[in-house]
Design a protein around this ligand. Structure first.
Ligand SMILES: N[C@@H](CCC[C@H](N)C(=O)O)C(=O)O
Length: 262
């Protein structure tokens, strides 16, 4: 069977997108997904995303996300922005969308090449300098550094990702952060399920933006996160360490289309 795919990326976090509204894709074939995502033996991507029918009248579609290891995983923020751009490319939506994902319902707005994705509310009341962890739809550990460019992300990130601290919850993603002005932060991310550095991570920069505000490193509620793949913006409201109205904004770009056999 031949399957059409579409390659998209959001600030260098790249995905194989498949229109699976006819549910033909073998979503339980972990080896297939892993091979398709392989940078040498496949198409190459950080993950694979299925667009499916929402199954209700309120939403335009459903998002199903797989990491490049082939396993279905938690929410992908950049992937959420890319699936909205994909839905527009397919003519399913115009410039706004409502869709469901593993962590619930999301709204999104397209403005030119930029896609703004509303993220789930986050309770930051347990966050402190000794417990730098937030779940923004995916789990994220945060490390502050004075020189983010010097860090061996793959080696250092893996130590935390596989540490006993996170073992019972299936591990975590790891974000290294360097402040670069009042409301600008440099971020590099080790991603669970990719088991390497990715050029950006949407749920990761969202976790960083909320954490630097909650820890008092900025008073801004509209923060620029500079990643290897480009800049992302996170804006939010906050009351008593509860974060809401959280929006992740950045480019989401079509790269090429093709087909594979399975
Ligand atoms: N790149 C994604 C995060 C994808 C899920 C993550 N690797 C995990 O398994 O927790 C993003 O942009 O949020």
């Amino acid at each position: 069977m031949n399957v059409e795919f579409y390659k998209f990326h959001g600030t260098g976090n790249d995905f194989i997108m498949v229109d699976n509204r006819d549910t033909i894709f073998p979503k339980n074939d972990t080896n297939l997904i892993n091979r398709l995502c392989h940078r040498r033996f496949g198409i190459g991507a950080d993950g694979l995303i299925l667009l499916e029918n929402a199954g209700d009248e309120e939403n335009d579609f459903k998002m199903v996300y797989f990491n490049s290891d082939g396993n279905q995983s938690s929410m992908c923020g950049n992937g959420g922005r890319c699936i909205v751009a994909f839905a527009k490319y397919l003519g399913i939506i115009a410039n706004s969308a409502g869709f469901t994902a593993i962590d619930g319902k999301h709204s999104a707005v397209i403005n030119g090449q930029e896609v703004s994705l509303k993220m789930q509310d986050v309770d930051a009341s347990d966050l402190n300098e000794a417990a730098l962890f937030l779940d923004t739809g995916s789990p994220h550990h945060i490390e502050f550094t004075d020189e983010v460019g010097d860090i061996d992300i793959k080696r250092q990130g893996a130590k935390i990702r596989y540490s006993s601290k996170y073992e019972e919850n299936g591990g975590t993603n790891v974000n290294y952060v360097q402040q670069d002005g009042d409301h600008n932060f440099l971020v590099r991310t080790y991603e669970r399920g990719v088991e390497d550095e990715t050029y950006s991570c949407g749920t990761g920069v969202t976790a960083v933006a909320l954490a630097v505000h909650a820890l008092g490193r900025t008073n801004s509620r509209d923060i620029t996160l500079k990643t290897r793949g480009g800049n992302l913006q996170v804006s939010f409201d906050e009351k008593e360490e509860q974060y809401f109205n959280i929006w992740l904004t950045g480019p989401a770009e079509y790269v090429f289309k093709g087909e594979f056999e399975c």
